[in-house]
Design a protein around this ligand. Structure first.
Ligand code: AMP
Ligand code: GLY
Length: 422
């Protein structure tokens, strides 16, 4: 069996979950990460190279002679890291910049769905704030959703309850440039209601293999209150994702999306993320991501029985139809612990206690924003870590995850107490 050295780009909880899964493969050779974090450092050699330093990553990958680079975060994908690696003759897992535009531009994604008849909320695109405001006033339907076109750290969608709020959102995105150039254009979209869930899928551009479904908890406080975060916790599978719904999503959304991308000359290879709302008249796409979600990866990957290196190879080589990916039938719950102040301003550098007290077969602590200082593990980001537990039922997995969380302490730590109480 040939061993493969793998280099993972990124340094959050998602990347820790990817590195851990790769490390469990009998084919796994040396592991590297850039920039990694204190948890990843236990499994991989971490390099002081930023995920967005494309030259640095390409140079490091070449120097190390790795067998494959796994590009996990959105920014380097949108910037074309996979294209750069491929051009340098280095195998890379992830979509090209042209394919990653499905996440990088909401205008592109919405127009793609319209052109290929993929169900999504009705919308209009604007590049002029006055025209956008006039349209909202004329339509007179609230709530209305205002979205920045480009990447905005998951904070670019604003649900406005009335005209004043919509006008403020338009001003903040388009005139004050709250998200920089991401706000040059906006999408104004119909407000949908219904359960929300995510399906991640592996695809080689032809075959699409959905993973177990997941549900993120984006709001910072219990009961889905407060501002949006990158995700305060997740569960997998989602109890809303019935086999009938799975069949319908595959037929109406997953396959048509992969075929649309191919027809547009933007063959998508890697992990595609379908965030959907199950409206009364059926599932609709809220957004696409061009990568694993964070913290969705921390609940989905622990349930995957297949070897991630085999899957990675099959995706890159266009042989996904040849492999079988099986899933654990249990439920996974991940509870994220965050720094005081997150998702706003926060301080770093507080020591984390109790990490070694959480151990066992069905529980694992994924590090997100952590670093090592004088031999101690300290906080180094907004989301600090995520405790994932597996259980025969959602209730059992929740209880286990929260028992783990209760053992970990750091100054100002906060987390939601209702992850998985769907
Ligand atoms: P996004 O940045 O597109 O993922 O949106 C962030 C959150 O806003 C989503 O997770 C949804 O809960 C909500 N959202 C986005 N679009 C809509 C919509 N058209 N209708 C209702 N809620 C939405
Ligand atoms: N948890 C949402 C995301 O990764 O975009």
């Amino acid at each position: 069996m040939s061993k493969v050295d793998v280099f993972v780009v990124g340094g959050g909880g998602r990347e820790h979950a990817i590195v851990k899964k790769l490390s469990e493969s009998p084919r796994c050779g040396k592991l590297y990460a850039a920039p990694g974090n204190a948890g990843i450092a236990r499994l991989a050699k971490c390099l002081p190279v930023a995920a967005t330093d494309l030259d640095g990553v390409v140079a490091a990958a070449r120097e190390l002679g790795v067998g494959c680079v796994f590009v996990a975060p959105d920014d380097p994908l949108a910037m074309g890291l996979v294209d750069r690696l491929t051009a340098a003759g280095i195998r890379a897992f992830g979509p090209t910049a042209a394919a990653a535009e499905i996440e990088g531009s909401k205008v592109f994604a919405k127009n793609l769905m319209k052109k290929y008849g993929i169900p999504t909320a009705a919308y209009e695109v604007f590049s002029d704030p006055d025209e956008a405001a006039a349209y909202v006033k004329g339509a007179g339907k609230y709530p209305v959703v205002v979205k920045a076109d480009g990447l905005a750290l998951g904070k670019g969608a604003i649900i406005a309850q009335d005209y004043e709020e919509a006008a403020r959102a338009i001003d903040s995105i388009m005139r004050e440039k709250a998200f920089g150039r991401s706000g040059d254009r906006i999408v104004v979209e119909e407000y949908l209601t219904g359960p929300e869930l995510t399906v991640l899928a592996f695809t080689d551009g032809r075959t699409v293999v959905p993973m177990v479904s997941a549900q993120d908890h984006k709001k910072v406080y219990d009961g889905d209150r407060g501002p949006n975060t990158g995700g305060m916790g997740a569960i997998a599978p989602s109890p809303h994702f019935t086999p009938e719904l799975a069949e319908r999503c595959t037929r109406e959304i997953f396959i048509p999306t992969i075929e649309a991308m191919r027809a547009e000359g933007r063959v998508f290879k890697g992990v595609i993320y379908f965030q959907m709302m199950i409206a009364k008249d059926g599932p609709k796409v809220i957004e696409y991501n061009a990568r694993f979600g964070d913290p969705e990866a921390q609940v989905v990957l622990p349930l995957m029985k297949a070897d991630l290196i085999d899957v990675m190879d099959a995706v890159i080589d266009g042989r996904l139809d040849e492999i079988k990916i099986e899933w654990d039938s249990r439920t996974a719950v991940c509870v994220c612990m965050a720094s005081a102040g997150y998702p706003g301003k926060y301080e770093k550098g507080f020591p984390i206690f109790g990490l070694d007290d959480v151990s066992g077969e069905d529980i694992y602590v994924y590090h997100a924003g952590t670093a090592e200082k004088d031999g101690k593990i300290v906080t180094a980001g907004g989301r600090v870590l995520g405790v994932t537990a597996l259980g025969a039922t959602l209730k059992e997995a929740r209880a286990k995850a929260y028992a783990g969380v209760a053992k970990i302490k750091f100054e100002g730590a906060h987390y939601r107490a209702d992850i998985g109480r769907v």
